[in-house]
Design a protein around this ligand. Structure first.
Ligand code: SF4
Ligand code: SF4
Length: 399
């Protein structure tokens, strides 16, 4: 079968030009490791190895007809194991998704999240004015950067889900209590903050990422602060790795890094035990994505909590199984279910249960809602509690 000439060569060239190390696409060994490790590889008509072969052959029409690329949840497992270091997730898969968007072959739920981002600056379609509503009940009040007169220690980039989702805001409220207990002078952007753009980019919308990065960059440059801390692994990943490419260079830390650095200050404040076996789910975006390798800091923080026994799941750190929510996956659950009749979040819950844990600790605002839903669909609500690390720490600190 032959492909349309306007698609085949420009596509190959675009991937290689648009993505750092994109030229490595040529180095594929066809070893199959990417397809083997891909969690949805079993259900894809074209798993990553076959996609590269199709790109080389200039035979992409069957790929676009199959819609197989929407099974990719941007977990970075393939890119992490590729011996040729080909940027599979942020390069090949994101570029193929861009082609699908151009052809208007996109699942409706994801289309809505992208449209919400364009109109409201967040994936949930919420009013930008309500972006700081989650903290209105907190005393002392959380300052908006626009209201601060003095430089602060920390500018907290909260993120979409952590600002709006009713389950995720509980972790944001816990993090606010921790900052206050540590005496950190901090502020948030509130209505001035826009979606960070990571999931949109990984879902093929690089243009949208560039718009969001410019908007966020303009605001971040306005204020004086020592460092940026985020509660969203996707914000960490994209601000660190993609914003510099569009002219926005700001240093950023994930909140578990920030807390791990202050662990000796935190320990005397931990008054309450969490007497349980706890297992930790490594989010892809701060773990194996772009070799961010934030694996030990969350475990260090958890281990400081009195009474807590840390246990590991079979897949942990760089081999962690994705929750299924990253890179647009959060809005592809219906599509993935239709294609596979499985849920990655349920696989992960089953691993957590097998570890003997009573608590599943998370460090990403997508995860508590996703894993709590999975517990319900598995009928296992009474067997495991899902808590963000910030919630566990704030509970241990509370008077
Ligand atoms: S792991 Fe890398 S080298 Fe091996 S088939 Fe996949 S893309 Fe090619
Ligand atoms: S990023 Fe994850 S889901 Fe996507 S192709 Fe690679 S291994 Fe599969």
């Amino acid at each position: 079968m032959t492909t349309t000439p306007t698609v085949e060569r420009p596509f190959y060239d675009r991937v290689m030009e648009a993505v750092p190390s994109g030229e490595k696409l040529k180095l594929c060994l066809q070893c199959g490791m990417c397809s083997g490790i891909c969690p949805y590889g079993f259900a894809m008509n074209f798993p990553p190895q076959s996609l590269i072969a199709a790109v080389r052959a200039g035979d992409l029409d069957p790929v676009f007809e199959s819609e197989t690329v929407w099974l990719c949840v941007s977990c970075f497992a393939c890119a992490n194991v590729c011996p040729a270091q080909i940027p599979l997730t942020s390069g090949l898969m994101a570029s193929l998704k861009t082609e699908m968007l151009l052809r208007r072959k996109v699942p409706a739920e994801l289309q809505t999240a992208l449209e919400n981002t364009r109109r409201y600056g967040n994936t949930l379609g919420e009013s930008p004015r309500k972006r700081s509503a989650w903290c209105q009940s907190i005393t002392p009040a959380i300052p908006l950067m626009a209201q601060t007169k003095e430089p602060v220690d920390v500018l907290w980039f909260v993120g979409d889900y952590a600002s709006y989702h009713p389950r995720a805001v509980l972790a944001s409220q816990a993090m606010a209590r921790i900052f206050q207990a540590l005496g950190i002078r901090f502020g948030i952007l509130g209505p001035e903050e826009n979606s960070d753009g990571d999931v949109q980019y990984l879902a093929g919308e690089r243009g949208l990422l560039e718009i969001l990065a410019q908007k966020n960059g303009k605001v971040l440059r306005k204020y004086k602060y020592q460092e940026i801390v985020t509660t969203d692994p996707h914000a960490y990943n994209v601000i660190k790795h993609e914003y510099p490419g569009v002219g926005v260079s700001v240093p950023i830390k994930h909140y578990t890094q920030f807390l791990a650095e202050r662990i000796e200050q935190i320990k005397p404040l931990l008054r309450h035990e969490h007497k349980a076996a706890v297992t930790y789910h490594d989010p892809c975006a701060i773990g194996r994505a772009n070799k961010n390798n934030i694996f030990e800091e969350p475990r260090l923080v958890l281990s400081a909590i009195p009474g807590l026994e840390l246990v590991e799941m079979a897949h942990n750190r760089a081999t962690s199984i994705c929750c299924g929510g990253g890179g647009g996956g959060n809005w592809l659950d219906g599509f993935a279910w239709q294609q596979t009749h499985t849920r990655m979040s349920e696989w992960r819950i089953q691993e957590a249960l097998a570890s003997g844990a009573q608590t599943l600790a998370v460090a990403c605002p997508y995860e508590a809602p996703r894993f709590e839903d999975a517990l319900k669909s598995l009928g296992a609500e009474n067997k495991l509690v899902v808590k963000d690390i910030a919630e566990l720490l704030a509970d241990a600190m509370s008077a």
